[in-house]
Design a protein around this ligand. Structure first.
Ligand code: FAD
Length: 510
């Protein structure tokens, strides 16, 4: 057995990131002889407490932890999610869905959307949404699990994620992590001690004087980045010039309207509003640019656009788009908000925690802390942030809106190089390339580029292997199959009830 093994991991913070890290590390490495994992959190400080919408990769994390999905859905008051519905982003009155899964069927070795583009050039104006089972089923309030055993059905490749109560998710993870041996310590960290020579963190000191030593520290302390920034001075890469939203107001409300398996993102005069239907309530929030709207005006807009009675006063969160220049410094690895934040438009924060944990487990250090491995971790982390940043900027850039100063600024911004390349390529030829295993697939890029009105000048020449008539017939057939499959799927609410979920709405205490 290696003598230089890490024996003490200390996780600082018990928000979603802290408990995901605790559960993930203990599940994978917890049985290493002599390994101790301790998590420190402070109820006095609390957590961010938002973070309700996820992307399909979370199903892999849940599977790794061995979750029973029905139990997880019941305990976190979750609903299913088939994509994000974007309202008013292209222009007022316009809507489209960024679905999980695929569009249509590739034909003649050519991606489906080239056939769709060809059909459009022949006068068939059907929007892309009609060819996605997730989009059609989502808008119809239907849900079913993927059926890989039915390879000819669009259901074989449907993707799904969850919308849940973030506090209940952290509680659920905590129960598992404690079962797997993670020790929880309540207390407020007031000091960080470092080795004089290595500069590594040796211990954190709590307000009551307790000292907690460790060899590897995982900083999940939220925006403040207690260790990664405070103690290790990792530096911050600020992207607010590209992503100007810097505040959010969050408020839950009573159930009202629909409970579609979709997150809704509605563009507002100086940002956008989320609507996340859970079993017992709806999560809402207005993400906005403080340079373009006052807090009072933002609160009024949010409260005027709820589907039910608010269950609390709106809570404000302030942030800066960007990430730590180095997420791993010495013996400190930052995960979650301590590592960076990109606004929740595509529900990527919890995923960034998940991918950070996966990366940490791949590069799990020994006590020597090899700099080459640390550099690898940091380079991959930065790349992941850059890729997501570009995808988010696309939503703001690809708009026709010029009705408010905010939207005019977004529409006219100069995109980063990677995004500019993707936009050029798509405009010219309808081609999309997924670079270096980036998080968002061709389907995602297509959904937002096409959804927000970017019209390619042409389509793949090989799509002409099908005659014009065949193209129109085949796309019409695919549409029909998608529609019929969606009609045959169960109602989302009925699906939840069959899992034993209690859909009784929460009511505001009078
Ligand atoms: P926090 O929740 O802030 O937790 C920090 C922890 O550190 C707490 O336990 C705190 O007690 C502890 N701590 C801090 N300082 C000390 C100290 N001195 N001593 C002891 N303990 C300390 N993500 C998504 O994936 N989907 C979404 O839809 C989504 N929506 C969001 C909307 C908004 C407006 C914001 C701001 C974020 C959203 N996120 C979303 C992100 C998501 O909320 C976070 O990624 C997630 O909650 C992880 O937070 P965290 O655990 O890093 O930080």
């Amino acid at each position: 057995m290696r003598a230089d093994r890490i024996r003490r991991v200390v996780i600082v913070g018990g928000g979603t990131a802290g408990w995901m890290a605790a559960a993930g590390i203990s599940r994978v490495a917890g049985e290493l002889p002599g390994l101790e994992i301790e998590l420190i959190e402070s109820e006095e400080i609390g957590t961010v407490g938002v973070g309700e919408a996820t992307i399909p990769q979370i199903t892999l994390f849940n599977a790794m932890l061995g979750f029973d999905e029905a139990e997880f859905v019941r305990e976190t008051h979750a609903t299913y999610k088939l994509g994000i519905e974007f309202v008013d982003w292209t222009r007022l009155g316009h809507r489209y869905v960024h679905p999980f899964g695929f569009y249509g069927v590739d034909m003649m070795g050519v991606q489906f959307h080239h056939h769709w583009l060809k059909a459009r050039s022949l006068g068939d104006a059907t929007p892309l949404d009609a060819y996605s089972l997730s989009a059609v089923a989502g808008m119809a309030g239907k849900f079913a699990h993927p059926r890989p055993d039915q390879p000819n059905s669009p259901l074989s490749k449907i993707g799904y994620a969850f919308q849940f109560d973030a506090a209940l998710y952290a509680r659920y993870l905590r129960k598992l992590a404690e079962r797997w041996g993670v020790r929880r310590t309540e207390g407020r960290i007031v000091d960080v001690e470092k080795h004089g020579e290595s500069g590594h963190v040796s211990a954190v000191v709590l307000s009551d004087g307790r000292r907690i030593e460790g060899e590897l520290f995982v900083d999940c302390s939220g925006f403040r980045g207690l260790l990664i920034d405070g103690a290790m001075g990792s530096g911050f890469e600020d992207w607010s010039d590209w992503l100007p939203c810097d505040r959010a107001l969050a408020v839950p409300c009573e159930n009202g309207g629909d409970r579609l398996p979709l997150t809704r993102a509605t563009a507002r005069p100086a940002g956008w509003q989320w609507r996340i239907p859970l079993q017992h309530r709806i999560g809402n929030g207005y993400v906005y640019s403080s340079a373009h709207v006052s807090d009072d005006e933002a609160a009024a807009t949010l409260l005027a656009n709820l589907d039910g009675v608010p269950l609390a006063e709106p809570r404000q969160l302030r942030f800066r788009a960007g990430h730590r220049q180095r997420a791993w410094v010495g013996n400190v690895v930052a995960l979650g908000l301590a590592g960076g934040f990109l606004e929740p438009l595509e529900s990527t924060s919890i995923h960034l925690v998940q991918s950070g944990i996966a990366r940490l487990m791949t590069l799990f250090p020994a006590r020597g802390f090899d700099q080459m491995e640390i550099d690898r971790f940091n380079a991959e982390t930065v790349q992941e942030y850059v890729d997501i940043r570009d995808f988010l900027i696309l939503h703001y850039k690809a708009t026709e809106r010029d009705d408010t100063p905010f939207w005019n600024t977004c529409r006219t911004l100069t995109p980063p190089e990677g995004l500019a390349y993707k936009l050029d390529m798509f405009r010219k030829s309808g081609r999309i390339f997924r670079e270096h295993e980036e998080l968002f697939t061709e389907t995602s890029w297509l959904s937002v580029m096409a959804g927000q009105g970017i019209e390619p000048a042409s389509y793949h020449p090989i799509a002409d292997l099908l005659s014009d008539r065949e193209t129109l017939e085949r796309v019409a057939h695919i549409r029909e199959v998608v529609g019929e499959t969606a009609r045959a799927m169960p109602e989302h609410e009925g699906f939840l009830r069959r899992l034993g979920c209690d859909l009784t709405p929460l009511r505001r205490a009078s």
